[in-house]
Design a protein around this ligand. Structure first.
Ligand code: SAH
Ligand code: ZN
Ligand code: ZN
Ligand code: ZN
Ligand code: ZN
Length: 434
């Protein structure tokens, strides 16, 4: 598919902020062409924006595009939503309605406009404090991919963050973590952690003040609320000279790692500009992502380590915790904090490897040859002396391919030759001419 080149100054904008530049190679003649596409939506259904890099766009079309982008913004502003919330909480329970179709809190004056829509009644204060349970998750894979943490995983993260001594959490695409922190802070006097949620899901603006939520696109570091929202984020990061703040993010997995890394580095830059901050330090981060993206993440954040903890989700059938016989979740925590500080729960079988100086899952055996606990997926991996590394338990060494693979794999056709140099006997990744 198309390769991401990045976010360029002067890029055209779609309703989701500046578009990203991609390059695609045509199947037929191998010709490469560059084009701009939406950063947030991975398919044209979510956002139809498309422009060739060298395309001339007329003044009239530019104006129409601007008009269209404005028109695509939410019908009410964050401020108006905050105002509605203020009025809503003053209503007696019997008058508190939530429109399921519009995913919106309704004031009595708005009932008529929503007559014929399905709604929930008697919305309690407790429900208002857990918006991620009130709103339906936006599961459309290509855009939002909203997969909410189980209570177990969310509780684990909150406790870990508090135990590590953090006071502020920049929650980037983690609405459920945000709400758990905010409600704990209300309920428990000695719980001092606060959170600022950055998310593209504007429905959350109905429940949070402007210093608790910013409408944000994490693929192009775009604040929909403009300079004021950016300032809110900056202040949050720079408070207390930038001390005791951590960024936690759980992006859509289909997402482009390079674009995400770009935004997270921008957020880190904001943090580094704090007065009295030590700019040689890195901003503490938890990046929650599947283990098979490890090398991609390390390309951009070489100081990161992957923790063995399996993060699991309520509405994702495949990604549930292994202990109950369901499938194991491939989702992990990547962090630049010292691994030994990330204490994983012994009740779930995690143990400390004193050689690796980190907590590992119960099935993860320390390999003498690799001198590390090598399993990525929680199962016990085995060492292959020919490959000189540990491999999945289901793999065997194939002398044709000269590497380990599944027993029934199709051998790289030795006569087909390498993709790069055309010579037989090796894959393109091992090509000596590279
Ligand atoms: N597990 C998390 C939710 C992760 S799902 C939790 O329980 O809190 C991914 C989140 O990222 C969703 O909240 C989704 O709205 C948000 N998101 C998706 N695309 C985004 C984008 N381009 N910019 C910012 N947030 C985005
Ligand atoms: Zn778009
Ligand atoms: Zn070990
Ligand atoms: Zn090994
Ligand atoms: Zn083979």
């Amino acid at each position: 598919g198309p390769v991401l080149l990045g976010l360029l100054p002067g890029a055209p904008s779609c309703p989701h902020g500046p578009a990203l530049l991609f390059e695609k190679t045509s199947q037929g003649d191998g010709e490469r062409r560059r084009f701009y596409a939406c950063s947030a939506c991975r398919d044209r259904k979510g956002c139809s924006f498309f422009q060739w890099e060298d395309e001339k766009v007329s003044e009239a079309r530019l104006a129409a595009r601007e008009e269209y982008n404005r028109h695509q913004q939410p019908p009410s502003t964050h401020r108006q939503n905050v105002e509605r919330y203020r009025n809503f909480v003053q209503l007696p329970i019997a008058k508190r309605r939530f429109c399921l179709e519009c995913q919106q809190l309704l004031l009595p004056a708005e009932w008529e406009k929503h007559s014929g829509h399905q709604f929930l009644r008697d919305i309690s204060t407790a429900q208002l404090k857990r918006p991620s349970q009130l709103l339906f998750p936006l599961e459309n894979k290509k855009a939002n991919a909203q997969y909410l943490f189980t209570d177990r995983s969310c509780q684990f993260l909150v406790d870990l963050i508090a135990d590590l001594g953090f006071r502020r959490v920049l929650s980037v695409g983690t609405p459920r973590l945000h709400e758990m922190i905010q409600s704990k802070a209300l309920q428990e006097d000695d719980f001092k952690v606060r959170s600022l949620l950055l998310d593209i899901d504007f429905r959350y603006s109905q429940f949070y003040a402007e210093d608790e939520f910013c409408h944000y696109n994490m693929f192009n570091h775009y604040f929909f609320g403009g300079e004021a929202a950016r300032e809110t984020c900056r202040k949050f990061l720079q408070q207390d000279s930038g001390n005791r703040v951590i960024m936690v993010t759980d992006p859509p997995f289909g997402g482009l790692v390079g674009a995400l890394a770009y935004s997270f580095k921008k957020l880190e830059e904001m943090w580094k500009e704090a007065e009295g901050a030590d700019s040689s330090q890195e901003m503490p981060m938890f990046w929650i992502f599947p283990y098979f993206f490890e090398s991609r993440i390390l390309e951009f954040f070489p100081s990161f380590n992957m923790m063995d903890y399996q993060v699991d989700y309520d509405n994702h059938a495949l990604y549930k915790h292994g202990k109950t016989g369901r499938r194991q979740s491939p989702v992990r925590i990547f962090t630049n904090l010292t691994p030994s500080m990330i204490v994983l729960p012994a009740e779930e079988g995690y143990r400390f490897c004193s050689i690796c100086q980190r907590y590992v899952s119960s099935g993860n055996q320390h390999c003498e040859s690799c001198n590390s606990c090598t399993s990525k997926d929680g199962r016990r991996w085995k060492h292959c002396d020919l490959c000189n590394k540990c491999v999945k338990p289901s793999w065997f060494h194939c002398s044709n391919c000269n590497c380990c693979a599944l027993q029934n794999h199709l051998c790289e056709k030795t006569n087909a030759g390498c993709f790069v140099c055309g010579k037989p006997g090796h894959k393109r990744s091992a090509c000596p001419s590279l």
